[in-house]
Every structure is written in C-alpha cells, then in structure tokens.
Design a protein around this ligand. Structure first.
Ligand code: HEC
Length: 191
C-alpha cells in the first residue's frame, strides 16, 4: 500500500472521532441545567396547565372563590371603561362626564367593604385597593374645579395605582373551604 491511501485513511479516522466528540458535546449541551427538560422520572403526575402558569407567574396570589373572582374582573373591566371615558371627555373639556366616571371608580362604603373581602387572604391588597379608589376621588375633585392639567395628572397617578397592583397581585381561584382556611373568614355572600 502506498503512503497516500494510508494518509487518507488516517484523516478519515481523525474526522470520524472529531464528529463523535461533537455529538457528545451537543448532547451534553442539550441536557445542561437551565434547559426546560421535564424530569426523566415518569412516576410524578404531569403538571397541569394552571399549575404551570402559577409557577411562572411570580405575583402574590389573592385567594377568591369563583363568584368573587368574576365580580373582581367585572369591576376591573369597568375601571378601564371609566379611564377611557375620562380621557375622551378630557379631550372635549366635558368635566361633568370626567367627574361621573371618576366617581364610579372612587371611594364608597360599598367599595371599601368589597375590597376588604377581596383582600382577606392577601396582605397589602386591600390597602392598595383603597389607595387606588382615593386617588380616583382626586380626579373627580379636579374635574369639579374644571382643572384639566390636574385631571390628567391625577389620572396618571391613578393609573400608577392600577399598574402597581397588577405588578404585585394575581387572582388565585379557591373553593369555599380553601377560602375559609386561607382567610379565617366565611365566604362573602354569593351575588
Ligand atoms: C388593588 C389591586 C388592583 C388595582 C388598584 C387595579 N387592579 Fe385591575 N386587576 C387586579 C387583579 C388582582 C386582577 C386579576 C389579574 C390576574 O389574576 O391576572 C386585575 C385584572 C384587571 C383586568 C383584567 C380583567 C379581566 O376580565 O380579565 C383589567 C382590564 C384591569 N384589572 C384593569 C384595571 C384598571 C384600569 C385599574 C385602574 C384604573 C385597575 N385594574 C386597578 C387588581 C387591581
């Protein structure tokens, strides 16, 4: 055998072992910590989509039974409608509408009672909720003075209350027994 085929065969062997080393490295990289591999064991039950979301969502859970969670979300959607109404009314100097919409988001005995129930299982929630409603009261006051810059400034401050609370808290759906265990209170009336 001449020298040339021997050199070719040696080069092929070297190439083959290099390829093998690359495959081993690639496999190791795929299995490296920080990947999103499921644990190899199949004895644990697969995580439910809700549990996966709760694990990813780092916010503080606010335990609520279904009718409270629904009520809270309806209120929230109405808060957003109120903000929309205020911005559109501000663009046409319609202070009566600004005042009415801000008052709908503002403080009242009923609102305070509801926010106290809602935050029963999440320390700090009720305080943030009441501060938000008080900040909407200040928007209504500015509207009564026909002070547009103050309306916009206070609306901005109110929106900071919305975003601050959203950054901190999330709903956590529980049943009646879970609510009572977590809050040491009975479930508020089912309306
Ligand atoms: C004291 C806390 C708090 C304040 C203040 C607050 N929110 Fe919320 N909001 C929540 C929570 C908790 C949720 C449920 C979020 C979740 O579970 O992901 C929510 C959800 C919402 C939703 C989604 C509703 C749905 O149908 O899913 C909207 C819209 C919303 N808020 C608007 C607002 C607006 C606008 C403001 C202010 C004008 C506001 N919120 C102020 C706590 C708050």
């Amino acid at each position: 055998m001449t020298a040339a085929p021997l050199r070719r065969r040696a080069r092929r062997r070297a190439e083959a072992s290099l390829l093998g080393a690359c495959l081993v490295l690639a496999a190791a990289a795929c299995g490296a910590p920080g990947g999103h591999d499921e644990p190899a064991s199949s004895t644990t039950a697969p995580e439910s989509p809700q549990d996966a979301l709760d694990r990813l969502d780092g916010r503080v859970p606010v335990p609520l039974v279904a009718h409270m969670a629904d009520h809270q979300k309806r209120n929230m959607r109405d808060h957003l409608v109120a903000v929309q109404e205020i911005v559109l009314a501000a663009a046409r100097d319609d202070y009566a509408t600004i005042e009415a919409s801000a008052t709908r988001m503002g403080s009242s005995d009923a609102m305070t009672a509801m926010c106290t129930h809602m935050g029963a299982g999440a320390p700090g929630f009720t305080e943030q909720a009441l501060a938000f409603h008080a900040s909407a009261d200040v928007v209504a006051e500015a509207a009564r003075r026909h002070d547009l810059p103050a309306v916009l400034h206070e609306l901005g401050a109110t929106l900071q209350r919305c975003t601050g609370c959203h950054a901190t808290f999330r709903q956590a759906l529980v049943d009646d027994a879970g609510f009572t265990r977590l809050t040491a209170q009975p479930v508020p009336g089912g309306h």
